[in-house]
Write a protein that binds this ligand. Structure first.
Ligand SMILES: N[C@@H](CCC[C@H](N)C(=O)O)C(=O)O
Length: 284
């Protein structure tokens, strides 16, 4: 079975081409694929399937607008609604494989349609939709409590502003949180302002642990940072949409907020093409 390995700011994925939706992708198979010692290794899996063959009526309803559906799975085998770095890598794969042309078109995700813009090479830009502010919340990490802004990017985030450099944080264990506030779990971002519309962040992802980057998380952080700046400083201060530079351990992305929607721009790199054994995947 063929796979491609790719990453966006070192948030890495095993890409599985499955145009006709023939692959039965059990959670245990995803865990095997993402295992960094006994498998291929990745923060998640991107199954590339034609929207009309997704096998889910809610997804198939988007077939008229988007030919391809990003079936995203976390490394622990769980399903997530959206993945911002994944969308960029997915789009780059489609163009590289000749399944889509460079330009601007929609992809289907469980969170709805996402419009991508890309050339024959280089960065990919994604219309991520409007960040949804849900109020405040908190999480604990390594015995410390962090307060932040709950933001939905289709998937749940808690973006917490801190004053210390993010490099010193302990993100080795899963965050604690109130399941009544986050019934579907949460991705927790910790960020520090390092300049004008410029922040650094680290993230502990639901279903994957600490990753080197999280695209939806970078947009949630930009939205939380913009909210903290106050309305007088947002949207139109210099007649341009607010552009935020977000540094993550795996590189840098740019997030634009214009009050109507958000855009995420960053790299999408295809690293390797390979083949794995079908019997290994099923453990048979
Ligand atoms: N790394 C992704 C987010 C992947 C999904 C997330 N772990 C969740 O469960 O919501 C990104 O780049 O957005």
């Amino acid at each position: 079975m063929r796979f491609v390995k790719g990453h966006g700011t070192e948030n890495d994925f095993v890409i599985l081409p499955d145009p006709d939706g023939a692959l039965e992708l059990a959670p245990a198979a995803v865990v095997r694929l993402c295992d960094r010692r006994a498998g291929i290794g990745g923060d998640g899996v991107l199954r590339v399937v034609r929207t009309k063959a997704a096998g889910d009526p809610a997804v198939e309803a988007m077939a008229g607008e988007a030919e391809w559906f990003m079936d995203y799975r976390n490394a622990d085998g769980s399903v997530a609604e959206m993945c911002g770095n994944g969308v960029r890598v997915f789009a780059r794969y489609l163009v590289d494989a000749g399944l889509a042309a460079p330009g601007e078109w929609d992809l289907a995700t469980r969170a709805g349609l996402r419009r991508v813009t890309l050339g024959a090479s280089g960065d990919v830009s994604v219309d991520m939709g409007p960040p949804e502010h849900l109020g405040t919340g908190e999480a604990s990490l390594a015995g410390r409590s962090f307060a932040g802004e709950r933001v939905s990017m289709g998937n749940p985030h808690l973006a917490c502003a801190i004053d210390e450099p993010v490099a010193g944080l302990d993100l080795s264990r899963a965050p604690g949180f109130d399941p009544a506030v986050f019934p579907d779990g949460v991705n927790v971002e910790l960020f520090r302002r390092v300049g004008a519309r410029h922040v650094e962040m680290r993230v502990y992802e639901r279903g994957s642990g600490e990753t080197r980057s999280c695209g939806t998380g970078t947009v949630a952080v930009a939205a939380a940072a913009a909210l903290a700046e106050g309305p007088e400083n947002r949207h139109g201060r210099d007649d341009h949409a607010d552009q935020w530079t977000i540094d993550v351990p795996g590189g840098r992305v740019v997030v634009t907020l214009d009050g109507r929607t958000s855009h995420l721009r960053g790299p999408a790199v295809l690293v390797a093409d390979g083949e794995f054994r079908a019997d290994w995947l099923t453990g048979s």
